[in-house]
Design a binder for this molecule. Structure first.
Ligand code: SAH
Ligand code: AVI
Length: 328
């Protein structure tokens, strides 16, 4: 989005933008800290700069990446029941809204009093808000640029109706179990006693299907993973040579998660500003986990965070689930 479009977006009648606290220094600090660990690792939230968000949108349209298609099929198949559960006229808060693709279906069915998309990617958030504004001119939109892995202020004053938190895409799978628990507890507090939550959760399945979804033939997932190094080069004066790293993703069955890594193809040193990091040939940077749940495991996790699983919907092929949670 260029400057003109941005100004246009900021001035859109019922659309308002809010800056939550996204500390600018933390990218550098997290990268230096993560690359200093014995198993080098980087937080997946840093995938999503403008380029990373575009690559993720391309992943969602890949033949091999079944989660988006499955969740959309699930929503279409069960929309009336999902809408009854969430309730018309509520305030719909979406964490990790990205391009707000699935939310369109909900917005049409719920006619919420307001829609509050929250995302770390300013570009994705602004682009989505512009498109939603055109499609739903009656809708009050409060777009929040912020990081939901930290305590986050959501502008809720004067908002009417029941609060419904929507967390689709199995973004919850990118958290460890402890992080997912903390996140669910935070949202439980925001909802109040009458609120509800809708969480999209990817299910355990044949490891070959999982493997294909994270190792697509066109190499878009590889480009998405490698963009993290390109981002470090762009923003932190990094000197990664992307040709010397390779995307590696596999299903870690005992831990029930896809792991994404960037593997150094040679022994090398890489400078990032004033810091220098050594890599052995074959050494990796762990960039993402994507946990896959059984229905029972996820319900138990939600239960431990103060929710009761009131409804579960699955797509026709049984690949993906949507959980309707209410306060226990
Ligand atoms: N909800 C969409 C997008 C899922 S991708 C869907 O279901 O298709 C994950 C989204 O979460 C991205 O848009 C990314 O920018 C955002 N995100 C990831 N980590 C985040 C964080 N810590 N805080 C806020 N947004 C985050
Ligand atoms: C956003 N998140 C749920 C995606 C996932 O499947 O874990 C991110 C992704 N990583 C590789 N492909 C897609």
């Amino acid at each position: 989005m260029d400057g003109d479009q941005r100004r246009q977006a900021a001035g859109l009648g019922r659309t308002r933008f809010f800056e939550s606290f996204v500390p600018t220094g933390s990218f550098r600090e997290d990268v230096i800290a993560g690359l200093s660990l014995p198993q080098k690792s980087l937080p997946p939230k840093y995938f999503y700069d403008a380029n990373g968000s575009r690559l993720f949108e391309a992943i969602c349209r890949l033949r091999e990446y079944y989660p988006t298609r499955s969740e959309l099929a699930l929503m279409r198949a069960h929309l009336p029941a999902i809408a009854r559960f969430a309730g018309r006229g509520s305030t719909l808060i979406e964490y990790g809204s990205g391009e707000s693709l699935k939310s369109r279906l909900l917005i049409r069915a719920l006619r919420p009093a307001a829609y509050v998309p929250v995302d770390i990617s300013e570009e994705a958030l602004q682009g989505a808000a512009l498109r939603l504004r055109r499609e739903f001119p009656w809708l009050e939109i409060r777009a929040v640029h912020g990081d939901f892995s930290r305590p986050l202020k959501v502008p809720m004053t004067e908002l009417r109706g029941r609060r419904v938190v929507y967390f689709p895409g199995s973004t919850i799978g990118n958290f460890t179990t402890e992080e997912a628990h903390a996140f669910l507890r935070m949202t439980r507090g925001q909802l109040g006693p009458k609120g509800a939550m809708l969480v999209g959760v990817d299910l355990k399945k044949d490891a070959n299907l999982l493997h294909a979804a994270y190792n697509d033939a066109k190499g878009i997932t590889a480009a998405f993973n490698l963009n993290l190094l390109a981002r470090i080069n762009r923003e932190l004066r990094g000197r990664f040579d992307l040709r010397r790293f390779r995307h590696y993703a596999f299903y870690n069955a005992p831990l029930g998660r896809i792991e994404m890594h960037l593997v150094s193809l040679v022994r090398q040193r890489v400078d990032i500003g004033a810091y220098r990091f050594a890599f052995d040939a074959g050494e990796s940077i762990h960039t993402e986990n994507s946990y896959k749940y059984s229905i029972e495991d996820f319900q138990a996790l939600a239960g431990s965070a103060g929710f009761r699983g009131a409804k579960v919907w699955r797509d026709p092929k049984g690949l993906f689930s949507l959980h309707g949670l209410i306060a226990a």
